[in-house]
Design a protein around this ligand. Structure first.
Ligand SMILES: [Zn+2]
Length: 168
């Protein structure tokens, strides 16, 4: 992902180099870093089961997804994880710890994502799929879906499975 013009002064930026290399503006000196966009998600867990969302929209329609999404400006990842869980599942959740951090591609857009996952437990609310979701389902760690929306989510779930098995 490379920019064509400087966001500050409008001068043409040099192209070439690696796709994610920073670009510097020769006219005003600004530097643009093509680093990953931060996202946060919640592994909502109950009785060795994790709550997943089947996507109702593109990209990755009908693939299973972990509740989560992009951080808003100034939003702490913990707040984003709770907000996304509520929006996508109808559940209020309490975060119980950090699960892990994963870097991925955002589909084939050329953008990267930095995905921060928390462990969570349901606090209240009623299970209800958000407008972008086709279905919600609790998956036992021995019955996790083969396909996930974003590639890193398979690794997230495999790591969670290890965690659950070690806690038995
Ligand atoms: Zn410039």
């Amino acid at each position: 992902m490379q920019y064509t013009f400087c966001h500050y002064c409008g001068a043409k930026l040099p192209s070439g180099g690696k796709p994610h290399a920073p670009q510097s503006c020769a006219a005003c000196g600004a530097t643009f870093y093509h680093n990953a966009k931060p996202c946060a998600g919640a592994l909502v867990v109950k009785d060795h089961r994790v709550l997943l969302v089947r996507r109702g929209i593109e990209p990755f329609k009908d693939y299973w997804d972990i509740p989560g999404g992009f951080l808003e400006a100034g939003e702490h990842p913990e707040d984003a994880a709770r907000r996304e869980a509520l929006e996508e599942t109808g559940l209020e959740v309490r975060l119980t710890g950090l699960h892990g951090i994963y870097v991925d591609d955002y589909g084939d857009t050329g953008h990267k994502t930095l995905n921060i996952y928390y462990l969570a437990e349901p606090l209240g609310g009623a299970l209800r799929a958000g407008s972008d979701a086709a279905e919600l389902r609790w998956f036992h760690y021995d019955e996790l879906p083969d396909r996930t929306a974003f590639a890193h989510e398979s690794k997230v779930l495999a790591d969670w499975r290890e965690r659950e098995m070690s806690r038995r």
